[in-house]
Design a protein around this ligand. Structure first.
Ligand code: HMG
Ligand code: MG
Length: 298
């Protein structure tokens, strides 16, 4: 059975933009975030506090958080790899943070320069400080189906990392198919293994659309009981440490799917399309969202 409501976690301003080479000003990022909030998106990952040498596009995150005009109904979240990032996120006024681990050792090394175990050790003080400050922490697991360096990843490896993040205090764990290789078969196996250790209600899915499977994987996940879906406006993004990985599934495409299935998301579809056109225009390219292009052609 399908859920009646799906929460969209909009990651475009972070996961989407982090991989774009054309610098987007803090002001334009704020404008995008504001348009997404006005469209009814209730959770927006608005930036990340990582090394600006590693991910230059996110260097303006402090300015973005500080100049946002907030809607009380919206969570403006930040990605934080270590205490330095957590402190910067708090100083900038992030409502919530996300920590990110991987199910693959090689990816962990390339992405955050440490092993999976070391990354968990780095996250512990974040979890403790966040608890003290009453800040919620979301967890990510990358490479939940495949890794750009190691190939297939076993569902058990994913389940172990997800369980660790959950047991250590993440209120939700988002399962990232970083390189978009999953199909409903592999995604189902992975979700079955993870949900044996973490309740399905505490899991989210995060699909990149590299192989064009994201929507069908989302549909499979919804049928298994997932009701939180990460997506990026206009289908922006990729991962700087996963060569060839394309953007996240487009929020417009996900909302079109949900609308078609009669699943509520509280998102105004037309306003969402406009937000996608706005940022695509700033990047000088057409939206990657098929739905968005279909409406543009009308
Ligand atoms: P490191 O070099 O091992 O760390 O990097 P370090 O502690 O030795 O610090 C080195 C330098 O970075 C120092 O500066 C630090 O001050 C600075 P220097 O002395 O050289 O001038 N530094 C920082 N600066 C700003 N903010 C910080 C910070 N920490 C250290 N928080 C580190 C380790 C994690 C920092 C680095 O590897 C990094 O920033 N990686 C970026 C990873 C990233 O952003 N990846 C993309 C996001 S993850 C993703 O997209 C996947 C996801 O979407 C799910 C999916 O799709 O699978 C979530
Ligand atoms: Mg991602």
């Amino acid at each position: 059975t399908l859920p009646t409501f799906v929460k969209i976690v909009e990651v475009g301003p972070r996961d989407g933009l982090q991989n774009e080479v054309i610098p987007i000003s803090a002001q334009d990022k704020v404008s995008l975030i504001t348009q997404l909030a006005d469209a009814g998106v209730s959770y927006i990952e608005s930036g990340s506090f990582v090394s600006p040498k590693w991910v230059p596009q996110m260097a303006t995150s402090t300015e973005v958080f500080q100049t946002l005009t907030r809607k009380p109904s919206v969570t403006y979240a930040a990605l934080t790899p270590n205490m330095k990032g957590f402190e910067a996120a708090m100083a900038a006024g992030a409502d919530e943070v996300a920590i990110f681990a991987a199910a693959s050792e090689s990816f962990s090394q390339k992405n955050i320069n440490c092993s999976i175990e070391e990354s968990i050790t780095r996250f512990e003080p974040i979890l403790a400080a966040a608890k003290n400050a009453n800040i919620k922490v979301r967890g990510y697991v990358s490479c939940v189906v495949g890794c750009p360096y190691e190939g297939n990843i076993s569902p058990d490896a994913v389940a172990l990392v997800a369980q660790t993040l959950y047991n250590k205090g993440c209120y939700e764990v988002s399962l990232g198919d970083t390189i978009g290789v999953g199909t409903p078969a592999s995604v189902t196996k992975m979700l079955q293994a993870v949900s044996a250790r973490v309740p399905m209600a505490k899991l989210a899915v995060h699909f990149h659309d590299t192989y064009g499977q994201a929507l069908t994987n989302i549909y499979a996940a919804l049928q298994l009981g997932i009701n939180v879906v990460d997506s990026a406006i206009a289908g922006l993004g990729g991962c700087p440490y996963a060569k060839g990985a394309s953007g996240n599934v487009a929020t417009e495409d996900v909302v079109y799917l949900l609308n078609g299935l009669g699943i509520e998301s509280n998102i105004d579809f037309n306003k969402l399309l406009s937000a996608g056109w706005f940022i695509s225009d700033k990047l000088g390219k057409a939206p990657i969202s098929k739905v968005s292009n279909a409406y543009l052609a009308k």
